[in-house]
Design a protein around this ligand. Structure first.
Ligand code: FE2
Length: 235
């Protein structure tokens, strides 16, 4: 008999409703995408709705929880501080719910080649998606964590619509504005974006990706080359 790989579904895999910490975390996501304002933007309103609909389908299906190996990265040394800040801010319920599942998080880079400076200051973890831990095909939910004073280089996501909601820390995208906890930013498929974070505190963002199932299971993330990024920015 061959043994199943560690994160494959088995009859003994727990389901979402047997795992209240994961369920409450997903409900926090649902509440964020339901209760926040779209700021009058039709595109943001429809994105929020798409995330809610995909998420409520997942919750209703009571999917299995695929345990993935816990993995840390250098930046996860800043997670406790980010959660402390988050618990004092506008998205405190999410920060608290995330703090209950930190033992089950797989922090990763998502790029084959990660610039050295970025490898010390950035990582993300998925909480729902094709690779689990909560299994879903059409939606990925997760968190991205940045150390203070980080630049996350320019990149885009083909066919994937992405939103970030700030949980802790101040940050800026494409030098356009400073976003505080509770703010939502929408990046449409293919839109180039670059993130910078504040000098003293880490920054924790919740994110959602909506897109075709095959793209979500193999997003092929690539940083835009510095030369191309400068051209796109007109410098
Ligand atoms: Fe992005």
């Amino acid at each position: 008999m061959t043994e199943a790989p560690p994160h494959a579904e088995t009859d003994a895999s727990p389901r979402l409703f047997d795992s209240p910490d994961w369920l409450y975390l997903l409900r926090e996501f649902f509440a964020l995408y339901r209760n926040g304002s779209a700021g009058g933007s039709r595109l943001i309103r429809s994105h929020r709705k798409r995330v809610r609909e995909a998420l409520s389908h997942v919750i209703e299906a009571n999917p299995v929880i695929l345990a993935r190996p816990q993995e840390a990265k250098p930046v996860t040394a800043h997670l406790s501080r980010a959660l402390d800040l988050g618990e004092r801010g506008a998205v405190s319920g999410m920060a608290r719910a995330l703090s209950r599942v930190t033992q089950g998080l797989t922090w990763e880079y998502g790029y084959e080649k990660v610039p050295k400076a970025l490898a010390r200051k950035y990582a993300y973890c998925e909480v729902l998606g094709p690779r689990g831990p909560v299994q879903a095909d059409r939606l990925i939910l997760g968190f991205v964590l940045f150390a203070p004073k980080t630049t996350y280089p320019q990149h885009s996501h083909s066919e994937i619509e992405e939103s970030y909601i700030s949980v802790a820390g101040a940050w800026s995208e494409n030098d356009a504005a400073v976003h505080a906890p509770g703010s939502l930013i929408l990046n449409r498929p293919g839109e180039e974006h670059r993130i910078t974070t504040a000098d003293l505190d880490p920054c924790l963002l919740a994110y959602a990706w909506v897109g075709p199932g095959d793209r979500l299971s193999a997003p092929g993330m690539k940083l835009t080359s510095t030369r191309k990024a400068r051209m796109l920015q007109g410098i």
